[in-house]
Design a protein around this ligand. Sequence first.
Ligand code: ADP
Length: 726
Amino acid sequence: MIDKNDPAAVRKHVFHTFFLTAVFLLILAILYVTVLSVNQRHGKNLAQDETLALDLSAWNFNSQGMNFLESGWQFYPDQLLVPADFDENSPTFDNKLPRNDASSLPHFSNVRITTAGWRNIGTSATSNSSDLIASEIDAFGYGTYRMVIKVSDANRMLSIDFPEIEQAANIWINGEHVKSIGTVSTSKDEYIAGEATVNLKVMPTSNGLIEIVIVCANYALPYGGICWTPAIGTTTQIDNLNLVSKMWITSVFTLLILVIITGFYVSFTFVSKKKYYFFILIISMSLAYEFCDKAFNPLPGNWNRLLQTTLFLLMTLVATLHFASILPKDPDSFFDRLNNWDVHIIFSVTCLLLIVFWINPQYLYNIKTIWIYSLFVAIVNLYNLMRILYAVLHHIEYRIFHLFSAITALVIFSTMQVRTQQIFFIPLHSIGILLMIFSAATYFTVSYVSTYSQVSRFTVELELAVKEKTKNIAKVNAELILANKMLLENEEARKKMMSNVSHDLRTPIAAIRGYIELLLNAGCKISEETHEKYLKSMHTRSMQMEQMIDDLMQLTRLESGGITLNTQTLSMNDVIENLFELYQGECKNTGKTITIDLPETDPLNVIGDPNHLIRVLDNLIVNAMRYTFDTGHIEIIAYRETTTPDEDNVHIIVKDDGSGIPSSEISYIFDRFYRASNSSSQKNGSGLGLAIVKSIVEKHGGKVWVESVENLGSAFHVLIPATSIS
Ligand code: ADP
């Protein structure tokens, strides 16, 4: 089994089949050539004895094969003779024909049958008849052929084969009338058409003689007398001779059926499907023509020739239409300007000829109509060939197809035009058809393979595209799953936030309520000092609450886009220096220290909202202070960082040597309400500070991240797009 999706395998398979077909056809062609060369009807010049008998007694039919009776004929023009006229013992013998004096015989002896048949008798034979005028014979006539053959006793049963006897004839063998073809005219003015291929079984007389007497009406042009060399051989040999012709046409016919069937399916893959049908029509008609030939004679009388002529004319018309259909309309081209006229003219003449022939079949044998008809077909075919050559030169599409159909059509037409005897004619014509079928098979196979591989390529491409799309869909799906997960996480975070908010707000409220209840219950029993302490605690708690609500509101506004930045050019150097002064003051009286490291010449200008950016740094410094130990050191570093000519940033680092953040929690600390485990010592704080920082920095087109090692310290990095130095 071949893999249909693999174009290379398909191509290999088709070419393999094609190769085998080619070999088969080659063998057929060799067989044909062999048969053709063996059976060429070239007669032998055999000796005649004193009675003018052709002596074949030394001829061994079994080992030496058939004999072609080319020479040895006697021809009596303008005489309707019967065997009795040659038989002295016959009661009707009138001694009109002196036989022993060859020089005074009123007949042609040694009549040669040329490739054009006996129709050239007037010029090729030697005549000693003074009243015979060649032109008379050419016009119309009747005459008698006679041959006497002497065979050996061993050849008791022989057959004589006349591949073509045209018009009317009566045949006598050994004095017996054996066959009538048409009707022998008794007058030159009466003309009755008839034609046949004749195979006659012959039994030699007791003295080994075979006398053939044939009376023919109209032995002259166009279809006169015996047209092709008769043959004599054993009955089997003659039967085989005919069988070979029939077998040949049968094999071509079988091949045609195969082409029609396979071509029918293959043609679905072609754009030129209609042209394929035209092509098949021409071949089918040519085969039908072949079947109407004398070798087969399927119909009686004139019907075979009438059908042949009709098919021939129709084939010419179909070929014209076929070739006309190839040329696209182009007003500049000579052939295309003709395109309608030519078809009209050819169509009209074809119809006219068909009407003439069908109304009066006599014209099929009329020299003038035959000339007109032959000339018409020849001109049309020549014209078609010119058109096709033009099409091949000017139109690339289906070039090979058109060329081979033109050539093979021409071969068919020319072989049909040249009427030859059956053994020669049928294979010659058939080889034309064979060539045509073979070329068509080549053309269709090549086109089919290329179409198939194109389709296969498209399939592969389509499969790739589908794979690619599936990949994309899988990617989108994964993204959706991730998004869904994030939504779920967000939902979780929202729930957590709600519980955090409620918890963080409730804690100070509960504390404040506790102090109020203490004050109410205690009345005036508590000291002023305690009273003040309670009030301070309540104040701190409410401040905490306020801070938290502020943070929450700001974050919500930042995240929902409810805040518009009040941007202006701002020196980060100034912002950091101001904050530094503030926190340096706070560090006094504690063990903590704070330092800054800023560029001296660069103000580190950015476009930003001062309040928000101050908030960012403030949050980071507060956190650093919060999460360092009592003797902790905080360092603020800022500098300009130019990664690419287009990317110029201010990089600020707030560094401490405090508790650091556990590595597992680093990725969460910018989330709302997230407080890492190190924050447990710090009661103050809501977990909102870094979320606000991130939101503000991102709104300024920057980014923030942290590097931290637990127990060693943290470094918070902020990157904000800088304005250029100048
Ligand atoms: P909080 O109000 O808790 O400080 P933040 O959002 O400012 O909230 O910080 C979130 C968490 O990040 C803090 O609870 C703390 O665990 C951790 N954190 C922030 N800054 C630092 C720092 N400089 N050193 C160590 N941990 C820090």
